[in-house]
Design a protein around this ligand. Structure first.
Ligand code: ADP
Length: 482
């Protein structure tokens, strides 16, 4: 059974019980008050009559002398005495057809055990009379039964109407409450329906951006809706993040396979060429220069491939959550070593190790090898993308951080290219095919910088040159934490 039907039945049931209790209480009270008045009148009249009964001693029984019953005419009260010897006397205000009914055998029998009792009697279907019976006693002997009656037709009609009104009002109230209750339950439970249908749609994978709309007070349902919406937002964010990561991963794999295929094709082509030349040589001798060139090609492509595989491995390790082991490192020492070795890197331009004194005494919690690697990536790039001018490295210091600045006067970059250079396999169009490279160097550099809690800034102008600054947090020599 639906919740709203159950709720409706419940409160209709509770209302029915309440109405029943109220109706019964009201009816009992009103009927008691109405009839009690009449009864009081009858009992009073009976008392007066009884007190006026005289008995004239005669033989053993005496003669009963009743008061003049017709005195009570004006009261609308009718009297009748039924004597045990069979004599009946009645007030003359009672028409012949309305004789008070009395069955001597059962009446006297009852009078022996009960002092008084009431009976309702209906004349001609609609005239209702309430009759009070009380025994008449003389010297402890029952001598008859006095009946005092009055018409209560109006009171009975009134009570009948009251019953009808109470009943019909209760039925009407119940019907109204049931339909109103059903409507209210529907209205109150509607947000739950919305929640269910939204959850259904999300379950079917239709739309994660969908939210449950609830325009109501901040009650239990409002809070439930807010909680669910919150949960949906987080679910959506997590899903998007996952989707994004998955898309990047797919692109990475496809880029990596593509990058690996190029040198492999060159190697295979050169090997086929060599094979042909060997066969040729067997027949008529061939050009040794050509085979030397082919072998150089193979060697350089193999070198490129192993560099690429090395880079891929580093990134795969980073993706797998590999953590770099760290220890306090003197930044000045790292810089001295890197700038010394940089002199010997292949380059077309001048190289200058500028003012490194800002790194004096700066200690970074890091890994010496990885710190050197990130600096070499940036310096090699500066050499690679600079045809004339100068590449300069110097050190900076700022608020508990040490910076290394690598400046070149090379080809520079367009502003819109800068945010993309840290993406895997990204190479600016001007670099593709002109300089050798995998497009992975800066991705690796970024990972290493992140692992050290550092940051990187890039300033570049097309045809004017680029400046890269990497910042690392320093620690005090006596403390391990940055
Ligand atoms: P790679 O150098 O192997 O292409 P990187 O990830 O190191 O890959 O660099 C990505 C791209 O960023 C390069 O292809 C180049 O277009 C651009 N870039 C990097 N460093 C510089 C620089 N110093 N000057 C100009 N462009 C640069």
């Amino acid at each position: 059974m639906a919740l709203r039907t159950r709720l409706t039945l419940w409160y209709t049931g509770v209302l029915a019980v309440t109405l029943l209790a109220f109706g019964v209480a009201l009816y009992t009270f009103v009927s008691y008050m109405t009839i009690r008045n009449v009864e009081h009148n009858l009992e009073q009249t009976a008392g007066e009559i009884l007190s006026e009964i005289r008995v004239i001693p005669f033989l053993s029984m005496g003669i009963i002398d009743l008061p003049e019953l017709s005195d009570f005419k004006s009261l609308g009260v009718y009297l009748q005495t039924n004597r045990i010897d069979g004599a009946i006397d009645r007030s003359d205000n009672l028409p012949e057809q309305f004789r008070l009914p009395f069955d001597p055998s059962s009446g006297f029998e009852r009078a022996r055990s009960e002092e008084s009792w009431y009976e309702l009697y209906t004349f001609n279907k609609d005239a209702v009379m309430l009759i009070y019976h009380t025994r008449m006693v003389y010297q402890n002997r029952l001598i008859g039964v006095l009946q005092v009656g009055t018409f209560v037709t109006d009171q009975m009609k009134f009570l009948g109407h009251l019953r009808l009104v109470l009943l019909s009002m209760s039925v009407f109230a119940l019907l109204l409450a049931a339909s109103l209750g059903y409507y209210l339950a529907r209205k109150a439970l509607r947000p739950i329906d919305l929640v269910r249908s939204a959850a259904d749609q999300i379950g079917k994978g239709e739309d994660l951006a969908k939210r449950i709309s609830y325009k109501g007070p901040d009650d239990e349902l409002g809070r439930l809706t807010a909680t669910l919406n919150n949960m949906l937002s987080r679910l959506e964010a997590a899903y998007n993040e996952l989707e994004d990561a998955y898309r990047k991963q797919r692109r990475f794999v496809s880029d990596a396979s593509h990058e690996l295929r190029t040198p492999l094709t060159t190697i295979r082509g050169n090997i086929e060429l060599l094979e042909k030349m060997w066969l040729e040589r067997e027949r008529q001798g061939s050009d040794p220069e050509l085979s030397l060139e082919a072998m150089k090609d193979i060697a350089s492509e193999a070198q490129r491939m192993s560099r690429l595989v090395g880079d891929l491995l580093a990134l795969a390790r980073a993706d797998a959550g590999h953590r770099i082991e760290k220890e306090p490192v003197e930044m000045r020492e790292v810089l001295d070593e890197v700038t010394r070795k940089a002199e010997f890197l292949p380059r077309k331009v001048d190289f200058k190790a500028g003012d490194l004194s800002a790194a004096d005494g700066a200690i970074v919690l890091g890994n010496r090898d990885y710190l050197q690697q990130v600096l070499f990536i940036l310096i090699e790039n500066a050499f690679k993308y600079t045809d004339e001018g100068l590449v300069e490295v110097d050190a900076l210091k700022l608020d508990g951080q040490v910076g290394v600045r690598i400046r070149d006067t090379g080809i520079g970059m367009e502003p819109e290219e800068v945010p993309q250079i840290f993406e895997r396999f990204y190479r600016a169009d001007t670099s593709r095919g002109v300089t050798s490279g995998t497009g992975l160097g800066l991705s690796i550099a970024k990972w290493i910088i992140d692992e050290h809690g550092g940051s990187i800034e890039v300033m570049s102008q097309k045809h004017r040159g680029s400046t890269f600054v990497i910042w690392f947090p320093t620690i005090r020599p006596d403390r391990e934490e940055p």
